[in-house]
Design a protein around this ligand. Structure first.
Ligand code: GLY
Ligand code: MN
Ligand code: MN
Length: 425
């Protein structure tokens, strides 16, 4: 659990980044329609959640900053028994006052009136920009006297880059549940089963151990499907001799995990599969070992490209000088994506990769990122020896940057060929 005092500290940090005489507004995520009158399960806006931990829709968090005062005001949906009968209990205004250490709480019905009052002595407005939201347009309509409008998301994202102890604890818990799901999947995989059966098994394990949701749609990609990076149909029958790439991670108490393992459907890697798998694994281990404060993601990416190209040359998949292959981007066909991304409240955590002046942000103590090299060889790629065609391998772990270097938070999830084959047995 994240304590009230930590949310308050985050808001205080944010307040230092806002102009005097400014109003900041972060809205809850809107409830999203699935079709007609059914909705997707509700998930709070991560920026909103980060600043107060409130989980209900139809709410807003408002910051009023003047020279002498910083106030946090929470707007929540008021209690309404007739709605609660259908959609569940709401905390309401009174209970929210007890639960959240904010300065004022009002019913969301009062939002427009209160915002008009709060805007009177302000000359800057901060909102999120990218939420494509009529609520923001409506506030802008009210903010006639405001002459600067800023993106509050940029300020919040910078705070989200460095994780607190309690955030790291939640990420570790998410990874622990994801570990069980991957290990069960390795044991459960079998020739003749469908990808969606594996998916169901994984998602069952997430829920069984208290992870309400996945952090992103589970990818179960057998055979050539692994070469579609965001394959989520998961409808194919798994066949003898194929690998299956499983990219699955649960969300626990709003924190993500993001793990990929690639395993043989029949429990044993073939020689060609071993060759590609070992190349990706060796690369991944080397890149992880480079992680420490002040290292740069771009350097990790460059090194991964060099290692993968050298390996692909050895296997007869690429030909030529490593440097030229990379300059001409010939390897991109086989390794088209980045080495990894920030992870936290979002699987691709909303946090910056560059400073305003475009300089890259180097790694720092308590950042969390994924390391996920891969090799993808399409079944129709005639330029590649036949034995490698239709194989896609990605291996992904979640890494905490520490003062001394790094800690692989998912190190206990089976990854070596021996570990995977013995679990499958
Ligand atoms: N699961 C999405 C990713 O690996 O980035
Ligand atoms: Mn990832
Ligand atoms: Mn992933």
């Amino acid at each position: 659990m994240i304590k009230e005092s930590e949310y308050k500290k985050r808001r205080q940090k944010l307040s230092k980044k806002l102009h005097n005489n400014s109003l900041g507004i972060v809205f809850s995520s809107p409830l999203k329609v699935r079709s007609n009158d059914t909705h997707y399960p509700y998930r709070q806006n991560s920026n909103f959640y980060y600043l107060c931990g409130f989980r209900e829709d139809n709410s807003a968090l408002v910051f009023s900053k003047t020279k002498d005062e910083f106030k946090t005001i929470l707007f929540v949906q008021k209690k309404e028994p007739s709605l609660e009968l259908w959609d569940g209990k709401r905390l309401g205004v009174e209970a929210s006052k007890q639960m959240f250490d904010v300065d004022e709480v009002y019913a969301y019905d009062e939002f427009n009136q209160k915002i008009k009052e709060l805007l009177l002595d302000k000359n800057s407005l901060y909102t999120e920009f990218d939420i494509g939201d009529e609520r923001i347009a409506s506030v802008l309509g009210m903010a006639k006297n405001i002459y600067t409008h800023h993106n509050i998301s940029h300020k919040i994202q910078k705070l989200r880059l460095i994780k607190s102890k309690s955030e790291i604890t939640l990420i570790k818990k998410a990874i622990k549940i994801t570990k069980k799901a991957h290990h069960d999947a390795i044991k459960f995989a079998k020739v003749g089963k469908y990808e969606y059966e594996l998916q169901a098994n994984i998602e069952y394990t997430f829920k069984k151990y208290g992870a309400y949701s996945d952090a992103y749609t589970t990818i179960v990609a057998s055979g050539n499907n692994a070469n579609t990076l965001h394959y989520i149909k998961n409808t194919k029958k798994m066949k003898e001799g194929e690998l299956v790439l499983i990219d699955a991670g649960c969300e626990y108490e709003y924190y993500a995990s993001d793990i990929t393992r690639t395993i043989p459907v029949n429990g044993v890697f073939s020689k060609a599969q071993k060759e590609l798998y070992s190349l990706v694994l060796d690369t991944q281990l080397k890149i992880i070992s480079m992680i420490k404060p002040d290292a740069k993601r771009s350097a990790l990416q460059e090194e991964a490209e060099i290692l993968l190209v050298k390996g692909l040359k050895k296997l007869g998949i690429l030909r030529g000088k490593t440097k030229e292959i990379i300059e001409q981007k010939k390897h991109k066909k086989y390794y088209p994506h980045g080495i990894g991304h920030w992870m936290g409240l979002d699987v691709h955590d909303m946090a910056p990769y560059r400073y305003k002046n475009k300089d890259e942000i180097a790694l720092k103590n308590r950042m969390v990122l994924t390391i996920e090299p891969g090799i993808y060889i399409d079944k129709k790629d005639k330029s590649v020896p036949k034995k490698y065609r239709g194989i896609g391998v990605r291996i992904e772990d979640n890494i905490l940057v520490t003062k001394e270097g790094y800690k692989n938070l998912s190190a206990k999830i089976a990854k070596s060929i021996d570990e995977i084959e013995s679990l499958a047995r």
